[in-house]
Every structure is written in structure tokens, then in C-alpha cells.
Design a protein around this ligand. Structure first.
Ligand code: NAD
Length: 353
């Protein structure tokens, strides 16, 4: 029987709780479709600092490298907030991204029509729906450039090479081919040289995808367009810092952080999958976290890393059905609605598979 090896990094707070829901869904699908998953748990984040004084132990990195795919819950919490930077859970995340070569971050922001009330935009702005995928370059740009400071000044360097731009552009066009075939490349080419280079090489890659409509937009305009007319976007491709900001903006206009998945991809088909939300210390241990972001991250894993396309659709359809039937965890419920626990929501999704 085909067996997929999955490295599981539950992490802190609600991380292990939502990951448990995702694993239940994965096991159910595997049984139904005649394959299997082998899960291996590794330490990451605050729990790893407590256990071995390292937010991302080498054993975890080696385990991830040896796996077919990685499922991450969330890391962090107040307890570790005052630790020196090399001992911070976030430092562990940066390390694993670099070690696994995860250069492409995919964050879909999709609005379920039953949850339209959670969207902070006026109803008429989202009447055509909202389904945007931000493809963010994750291992280059200003966050990784030469930097420094003295008493009175500081600087950071924003540099992108043709190689980095072409490989992220290729990811964006490939996913656009599986979606609505529309890529908007976001830059600041009216001001920045690095953006002019960005635009040049994105347009070069676009020539290989004649079916995909490609256009360019300045980042300030893109920030505005996302709240003015989000329905115009399909895939947005952009650099590390612009992507950081725009993906949060796109996420928040759906209004439901507990629903949003993400994928971070390396070259080839390897990837790390995690919910967009953090460890939610305020609700950890109560069994009430929404598992949907993590379960939808598994759908992305199936699609982008394991080539299980039908099974990815099965998960997304089951989640949509559960929502349509009125299944709600506390974060997405409105007053008077019955509220489900993490396990109950997971079960409702499994029943719909
Ligand atoms: P958060 O996403 O953890 O929580 C923000 C709010 O959303 C909280 O009220 C929380 O209860 C709610 N929420 C989040 N996920 C939910 C879910 N699945 N179901 C229901 N409600 C949910 O963000 P924060 O409070 O800013 O950060 C908490 C900790 O998480 C910090 O230590 C932060 O550094 C860390 N963090 C980690 C990641 C990651 O692991 N990738 C990402 C963001 C934040």
C-alpha cells in the first residue's frame, strides 16, 4: 500500500489541537481511498525550547527533510516572548524555512458566502465572491539583504536576482493555470530598481504561459484595490515584504483567521503546510479552536506535494458542506448559533467526506 511519510510539528498552544483534527481527516481519507499515512512527531517552537533549549532542533529539521511533507500547527506564546532572539519560537520558523529551501509562500484568502457577515467590507464589494491567492517570495528581498545600524541611522538592502524572480513567477503562473488564469504582479517599479528588474523577469516568464493574463500593479494601488474591489484578483505574485503585508490584508478581509490555510514550497514538490493563525494562547487547552485552517492546509498539501488532486477537492468540498450546514466553532459563530468544539467540527467535516 502506498504510504506517505508526514513530519508533524504540532508546536504550542492550539497547534497540537488543530493538528489532531487534520490528522483525523487525513487518516479517514487514506482509509477510504486505499493508501496510508505514517506520522512522525517532532518538537518545534516553545515546547522544543523547554525540552532541548532550541526552537528548531536538528532532529526536527532532519525529520522534515526525510519526510514527504510537513504539517505544522503553530508556535509561540507569552512564556517565550522575553527570551533572547536565538531562543525565540519565530527564529525557529525562519530557520526551518531556510533549511528546507521554502522560497514560495502560498496564502489563499477565500470567503465562504455563509460567512460573509464576518467580512469587514460592504456586502456590495464582495457580491461576486472573494478568492485571492497571494504568492509571496519567502527567502529573499529586504528581509534577507545586507543590513546594519549605528547610533543614528539604519539600513536594509532590497535585492532580487533573475533566478529568484523567475522561480517565484513560475510558481505563480503554474498555480494560476489551475485557477482562473490571471496573475497580477505587484511591485514599486515607479521608484525601486529592484522592482524594475522584478517586472522585467516576471514578464519574461509570462511569455511561457500565453493562456494566463498577466498585469502589473504598484503595491500602494494593490493595497487599495484589495479593499476596493477584491473580486478582480485571482493570483497576486510579489516579493517578500510586499507579500507579507498584502497577504495579511487579503486574509483579514475574509474576517476569519481560523479558516485560512497556507503552503510554503521548495523547488520540486516538497512543502510545509500550516494554518495562517498563531498558537492562540487565549483559547489553548479548551478544545474550542477552529481546525478548518489546518484541515484546508492539508488540502493544499494533497494538491501541491502529494499529487492527490481528487482528495484535495474532497476536503475542500467537505469543509464547504459543513459550513453550509451551519457547523460553526466559536470564532465564526454569530449570536444564537450552536457552537461546536474542535473535535465536533472535525467530525462534521469527516461525515461530509
Ligand atoms: P493568533 O493567530 O494566535 O490569535 C489571534 C486571535 O485569533 C486570538 O484571539 C485567537 O484566539 C484567535 N484564533 C487564532 N486561531 C484560531 C482558531 N484556529 N480558532 C479560533 N480562534 C483562533 O495571533 P496572536 O495572538 O497575535 O499570537 C499568539 C502567538 O502565536 C504569539 O506567540 C505569536 O508569535 C504566535 N504566532 C505564531 C504563528 C506561527 O506559528 N506561524 C503565526 C502567528 C502568530
Amino acid at each position: 500500500m502506498k504510504t506517505y511519510n508526514i513530519a508533524v510539528l504540532g508546536g504550542d498552544g492550539i497547534g497540537p489541537e488543530v493538528v489532531a483534527g487534520a490528522i483525523a481527516v487525513m487518516n479517514h481519507i487514506a482509509q477510504k481511498r486505499g493508501f496510508a499515512f505514517e506520522f512522525k512527531n517532532y518538537l518545534a517552537g516553545g515546547c522544543a525550547i523547554d525540552a532541548v533549549n532550541d526552537p528548531m532542533p536538528q532532529e526536527t529539521i532532519d525529520g522534515c527533510k526525510a519526510s514527504d511533507s510537513v504539517l505544522l500547527g503553530a508556535v509561540g506564546g507569552e512564556k517565550w516572548d522575553t527570551f533572547p532572539s536565538h531562543l525565540r519560537p519565530e527564529t525557529g520558523l525562519l530557520r526551518i524555512r531556510a533549511e528546507l529551501g521554502l522560497f514560495a509562500n502560498l496564502r489563499p484568502a477565500q470567503l465562504f458566502k455563509e460567512l460573509a457577515d464576518a467580512c469587514p467590507l460592504k456586502p456590495r464589494l464582495i457580491e461576486n465572491g472573494l478568492d485571492v491567492l497571494v504568492v509571496r517570495e519567502l527567502t529573499g528581498g529586504i528581509y534577507f539583504g545586507d543590513k546594519g545600524r549605528d547610533e543614528t541611522s539604519g539600513y536594509d538592502t532590497l535585492k532580487y536576482s533573475d533566478y529568484e524572480i523567475k522561480r517565484i513567477a513560475k510558481v505563480a503562473f503554474e498555480v494560476a493555470m489551475k485557477r482562473n488564469k490571471n496573475v497580477v504582479s505587484v511591485d514599486k517599479a515607479n521608484v525601486l530598481e529592484s522592482s524594475r528588474v522584478w517586472r522585467k523577469f516576471v514578464e519574461e516568464v509570462a511569455k511561457d504561459y500565453p493562456e494566463v493574463k498577466q498585469s502589473n500593479m504598484y503595491v500602494d494601488n494593490a493595497a487599495m484595490q484589495l479593499v476596493r474591489n477584491p473580486g478582480q484578483f485571482d493570483v497576486i505574485v510579489t516579493g517578500n515584504m510586499f507579500g507579507d503585508i498584502l497577504s495579511d490584508e487579503a486574509a483579514m478581509i475574509t474576517g476569519s483567521i481560523g479558516m485560512l490555510p497556507s503552503a510554503s514550497l521548495a523547488e520540486g514538490s516538497f512543502g510545509l503546510y500550516e494554518p495562517v493563525h498563531g498558537s492562540a494562547p487565549d483559547i489553548a487547552g479548551k478544545g474550542i479552536a477552529n481546525p478548518i485552517a489546518t484541515i484546508m492546509s492539508v488540502a493544499m498539501m494533497f494538491r501541491y506535494s502529494l499529487d492527490l488532486m481528487e482528495e484535495a477537492d474532497m476536503i475542500e468540498n467537505a469543509v464547504a458542506k459543513a459550513i453550509a450546514q451551519g457547523a460553526r466553532t466559536a470564532d465564526i459563530a454569530v449570536e444564537g448559533e450552536k457552537v461546536l468544539s474542535t473535535d465536533e467540527m472535525t467530525q462534521r467535516i469527516i461525515e461530509n467526506l
